[in-house]
Design a protein around this ligand. Structure first.
Ligand SMILES: [Zn+2]
Length: 459
C-alpha cells in the first residue's frame, strides 16, 4: 500500500496551493497584513483546496514565530496544524452535512464567542455549508453579521447558489476552480519523484484524466493503484482507469462510432478490468453503456453537451461519437443494447464475449430496420422480433398521448402519470412526482427507443 499522499502532501503555505491563482491573489494580501475575513466563502468543485486553504489561513495567523504569508512550520502551533491536531482554541472544523443540526450550530456559535487568547485567531470552518437547514442557517446568521473579535469564519461549499442570500451577502467569496490537468500532472510527477515511483508520462496523464480536475482524487487514485510494483506492470492502467468507468464506457461508444471493433473490444476489456470485488458484472457494464448511449441520443437530439452533467472528457468522447452518427442510428444502438440484454442475460457466455457480441450488433445496426440478415453471420444472436407494430414518433402533445398508448401497458401507465412539459426537435421533456420518477427512470431508454425520441425528466 502506498502512503496517503493527500494527507502527506497537504500544502501548508498559500504559495504551495496548486492551480488556484485567484484564491492565492485574494488571500495573499490578507495573510500578509494578518487581517483576514471575517467571513470567507470558499466556493468550488470538490478536491480543489477549499478546506486546505482554511487550514493554511489558520496556520498563517497562529504561527508563534513568523505569522503571515510564510509561517515557520516548526513552532507548536504550526506542528499541531500539520498533524491535523490543532488546538480547538484556534481551529474548529464542522461538516454541515453530518453535524449541522440546529443544536450543533448553536453550540458552535457559543464556542465562537469564547474569548480568544492574545495573539491568536480562531478559524471556524463549516464544510458543505449549503447543507445547513434553514433554521440552522438562521441561527448562524446573527453571528456572521457581528462576528466576535479575532474570529474568522470559513464557509466551504460546492454549491454556493444554495446558500441563503442573507448569508451569502455577508461573505467575501473566494472562487475555486477545477485544478488544470497540467497542474495535477505536475503534482503527481513531484510525488512520484519523492517516493521513487517510476511513473511514465502516460500513466500520470491517465490518472489526471480519471481525476478530472480533483487533485485530492488524483492523489487517492495514485495511492490506491496498488504497490509500487504495480506501476511496472499492466495492472496499473487497468486499476487507475477503474476510477472512471463512465469515461471508459464513453470511449467504448466512440470506438464503435468510429467502426473500430478492436479498439472497442480493448475499451470493453478495460471496462470489466480490475480484480475480485472491483470487477464489473455484465449487468453493471450494460448499465454504464446504456447510460452513455442515452446521453449520446440526447446529444443527437440537439441537447448541448454542457447539459449532460458528465466530466469534460466523457462529454468530449460522446460529442465526437455524435458527430459520426445520425439520430436514427443512435436509437438503433440503444435498441440493440436493450434487446441484447434480455437475449444474453441467461446465455451461457463469459462477460467479454457477451459484450463483444453486443458491440457487433451495434456496428451492424442501421437507421432502417435490419434487412433479413444474410446467412453469413453464424453465432450472432438474432434480433428478437419487435414486441408490437411500429409506433409513429409523436411531434406534439396529442401525438404523444396517442403514441404512449401503444407501449407496453406498464410503461404506458407510468408515462401517463408524467406531465409532458415540452416536445421539440426529437426531445420530450417530462415532469413527474418523485415516485413516478423513480419508477420511470430505469425505463426511459426503453420508452425513448420505442417512441423514436430522446426523453428527459425535468428537475
Ligand atoms: Zn510557526
Amino acid at each position: 500500500m502506498l502512503p496517503n499522499f493527500a494527507q502527506l502532501s497537504r500544502p501548508r503555505r498559500l504559495s504551495d496551493l496548486a492551480g488556484q491563482p485567484v484564491a492565492q491573489a485574494m488571500l495573499g494580501p490578507q495573510l500578509e497584513a494578518r487581517q483576514v475575513g471575517p467571513v470567507l466563502l470558499m466556493a468550488g468543485p470538490r478536491g480543489t483546496g477549499k478546506t486546505t486553504s482554511a487550514r493554511i489561513v489558520s496556520t498563517a495567523l497562529n504561527c508563534e514565530v513568523s505569522p503571515g504569508l510564510e509561517p515557520c512550520g516548526g513552532c507548536r502551533s504550526c506542528q499541531a496544524m500539520a498533524r491535523l491536531a490543532p488546538s480547538t482554541e484556534t481551529y474548529l472544523e464542522l461538516d454541515a452535512g453530518t453535524s449541522g443540526t440546529i443544536d450543533q450550530i448553536r453550540q458552535l456559535v457559543a464556542e465562537a464567542s469564547m474569548p480568544v487568547a492574545p495573539g491568536q485567531t480562531r478559524v471556524i470552518v463549516l464544510d458543505e455549508c449549503h447543507l445547513l437547514s434553514q433554521a440552522a442557517a438562521s441561527a448562524l446568521l446573527k453571528t456572521l453579521e457581528e462576528p466576535p473579535p479575532r474570529v474568522v469564519f470559513v464557509l466551504a461549499t460546492t454549491d454556493p447558489h444554495k446558500l441563503l442570500p442573507t448569508i451569502r451577502s455577508r461573505c467575501l467569496e473566494i472562487p475555486f476552480t477545477e485544478v488544470p490537468a497540467a497542474a495535477v500532472e505536475a503534482r503527481l510527477a513531484e510525488l512520484a519523484a519523492e517516493h521513487s515511483l517510476e511513473l511514465s508520462g502516460e500513466q500520470v496523464q491517465a490518472i489526471a484524466v480519471a481525476a478530472g480536475g480533483d487533485l485530492r482524487r488524483a492523489m487517492k487514485l495514485l495511492q490506491t493503484s496498488g504497490t509500487p510494483d504495480a506501476f511496472q506492470s499492466g495492472t496499473f492502467l487497468l486499476d487507475t482507469a477503474g476510477g472512471s468507468r463512465e469515461l471508459l464506457a464513453a470511449r467504448l461508444v466512440l470506438a464503435v462510432a468510429e467502426g473500430d471493433l478492436p479498439k472497442a473490444a480493448a475499451e470493453g476489456r478495460l471496462l470489466f478490468g480490475g480484480q475480485g470485488s472491483r470487477r464489473l458484472s455484465l449487468q453493471q457494464a450494460f448499465s454504464l453503456l446504456g447510460e452513455q448511449l442515452y446521453r449520446l441520443n440526447l446529444l443527437l437530439a440537439g441537447v448541448p453537451a454542457a447539459e449532460l452533467q458528465v466530466s469534460a472528457p466523457e462529454a468530449q468522447a460522446l460529442a465526437e461519437a455524435s458527430q459520426l452518427l445520425t439520430p436514427g442510428r443512435g436509437l438503433a444502438w440503444a435498441e440493440a443494447l436493450t434487446s441484447s440484454w434480455s437475449a444474453l442475460a441467461d446465455a451461457p457466455l463469459a462477460d467479454e464475449p457477451a459484450l463483444g457480441l453486443v458491440l457487433l450488433r451495434m456496428l451492424r445496426a442501421n437507421d432502417q430496420p435490419a434487412a433479413p440478415a444474410p446467412s453469413a453471420s453464424p453465432g450472432l444472436p438474432t434480433t428478437p422480433p419487435a414486441p408490437a407494430g411500429p409506433i409513429a414518433t409523436p411531434t406534439d402533445a396529442a401525438g404523444w398521448a396517442q403514441a404512449i398508448t401503444g407501449l407496453e401497458p406498464g410503461l404506458a401507465a407510468l408515462l401517463g402519470k408524467a406531465q409532458l412539459v415540452s416536445l421539440a426537435n426529437g426531445l420530450a421533456v417530462l415532469r413527474a412526482s418523485s415516485i413516478t420518477r423513480q419508477r420511470l427512470q430505469p425505463r426511459l431508454m426503453e420508452a425513448a427507443t420505442a417512441l423514436g425520441l430522446a426523453i428527459e425528466l425535468a428537475a
